[in-house]
Design a protein around this ligand. Structure first.
Ligand code: ADQ
Length: 465
């Protein structure tokens, strides 16, 4: 069996000393790495004065982890620059926040070269290489330049934007061309895959060869591989002692009110301001039931080195204060807004205590919170999921109450409907979603992707003959 090498910007391998802080994705990748005696390669999260290419190698719970330190300039131009000020906003349809700066593009290419030069000597002839996300799009090109001939796959965790948006990126063709140095390019949904194909067919004069794409003199396999969560484990975790403790604390604090929750990284793509506006609309237009609810928004801060993130944080602070200022009473605050990170078993308890989850991103590759919420529910008394039609998860969780996250009226109406929904409808909707998140879980996702990457050469040989 081939060895598997996973490459991602950050490495988050479990330590084996209790993995309650490590996400399901990291656990699933680690499980695959153990099975394939693999290696996880990425940035250490640390900076150094001068880049040396020296590797830090560790064994974490049966997985070999190799990381490298980057220079401060790399961090500014590659991570805070091209990845998070250019590609992230553009791919989330926020052209207004997209910064095009030549030095960012140069830093992005330089770091991808540095990754390739450090990784190449570790690669053995039959290794499968699986590259993750928008930070590392040109990595295969850089590896090919160094003579690496292995099967290399790329997986995009975020949306692929519409053709007309993609062409606003200076150097878009070079970026897309570099995806043709992979053997397999995977997307979260069929829509994103189609958007990519449309770009290639119109902009790069590509052609379909069976279900593969041919352009720039190369053929690449493309596919939709919707990511899942560790649903069975998450459902178990929701019944753990710590989850129960959190659940009881939440119930005591709600004092018989219905709990509405939001759990998101503090990011403008998650639609937090619009969600607060939707909740405010609900309070303003439902005076008879307004005192019966509590909205808890958990939003740990992220990417603090990027101005747009500092700005949204300040706006949310003032928005939550304004709503409480307008509606609060001596014994009740409608909004509780916290920026802390929680253990996964505590989050499971919070999900289970909620009557309604508001998962309303403006754009989202998938959205794992929606799936975790479903996995954590009590089958006899499940909560209701309100989901943005612009989350990748909307493709699979069709029994959620679907909303346009830009409309405060739609959010308010969905809230009203969710809070009034009777038990039989809640159970019927939840059961179908639970079946989906359990069947299409993170292990199924990983096996489908690694399976497709393993098969890739055979497919190409068959096509050529
Ligand atoms: P994210 O944008 O980070 O992921 P999401 O899919 O929702 O978004 O995953 C967030 C994860 O962080 C969840 O597992 C959640 O439990 C966890 N989390 C959130 N708040 C937390 C808190 N306060 N404490 C602890 N954990 C918390 C990107 C893409 C998504 C895609 C994923 C996976 O933007 O669209 O679904 O990758 O491919």
């Amino acid at each position: 069996m081939s060895r598997l090498i996973v490459v991602s910007n950050r490495v988050n391998a479990p330590t084996g000393k209790g993995d309650e802080t490590v996400g399901g994705l990291a656990m699933a990748l680690s499980a695959a790495l153990r099975e394939y005696s693999g290696l996880w390669f990425g940035w250490s999260g640390k900076t150094t004065e001068k880049f040396t290419g020296e590797l830090n190698v560790e064994r974490c719970d049966g997985v070999t982890v190799a990381t490298l330190d980057l220079e401060e300039t790399d961090l500014n131009e590659y991570y805070n620059g091209y990845a998070n000020k250019t590609l992230w906003p553009l791919f989330h349809y926020r052209q207004d926040l997209t910064a095009y700066d030549r030095s960012y593009g140069e830093g992005y290419e330089r770091v991808n070269q540095r990754f390739a030069e450090t990784l190449a000597p570790l690669i053995e002839p039959d290794d499968l290489i699986w590259v993750h996300d928008y930070h590392l799009i040109p990595l295969a090109r850089e590896l090919r330049k160094l003579g690496v001939k292995n099967r290399i796959g790329f997986y995009l965790h975020i949306p692929w934007p519409a053709h007309q948006l993609m062409v606003t990126l200076p150097g878009h063709q070079k970026l897309v061309q570099s995806l043709f140095d992979y053997d397999l390019v995977g997307f979260q949904t069929a829509d994103y895959r189609q958007a990519f194909e449309e770009y290639v067919l119109t902009e790069a004069k590509g052609v379909m060869v069976g279900s593969d794409l041919r352009a720039f003199g190369r053929t690449v396999k493309v596919g939709a591989f919707p990511i899942g969560v560790d649903a069975a484990e998450f459902a178990e975790m929701a019944k753990s002692e710590r989850a129960w403790r959190t659940y009881n604390v939440m119930m005591a604090h709600t004092a018989f009110r219905s709990l509405i929750i939001g759990v998101d990284r503090l990011d403008y793509s998650k639609g937090l301001e619009e969600r607060f506006a939707g909740f405010e609309h609900f309070l303003a237009h439902n005076p008879d039931v307004r005192r019966e609810v509590l909205f808890l928004q958990i939003a740990p801060v992220s990417r603090e080195g990027v101005e747009a993130y500092q700005e949204i944080r300040a706006r949310l602070d003032s928005l939550s204060g304004r709503i409480n200022g307008e509606f609060a009473d001596i014994d009740w605050n409608p909004v509780r807004y916290v920026n802390k990170t929680y253990r996964r078993d505590e989050l499971a308890g919070v999900y289970r205590a909620a009557r309604v989850a508001l998962v309303t991103p403006l754009r989202d590759g998938m959205n794992l919170v929606a799936k975790e919420f479903v996995a954590a529910q009590n089958p006899d008394d499940p909560g209701v999921l309100i989901l943005s039609r612009f989350a990748g998860a909307a493709d699979q969780l069709k029994q959620a109450l679907m909303v346009n996250p830009n409309s405060p009226e739609e959010i308010a109406e969905a809230l009203k409907r969710a809070l009034a929904m009777d038990l039989s409808e809640r159970v019927a909707r939840w059961a179908q979603m639970f079946e989906n998140v359990t069947r299409e879980d993170v292990n199924a996702w990983r096996d489908a992707y690694v399976g497709a990457l393993s098969d890739v050469r055979e497919t190409h040989t068959a096509l050529a003959s």
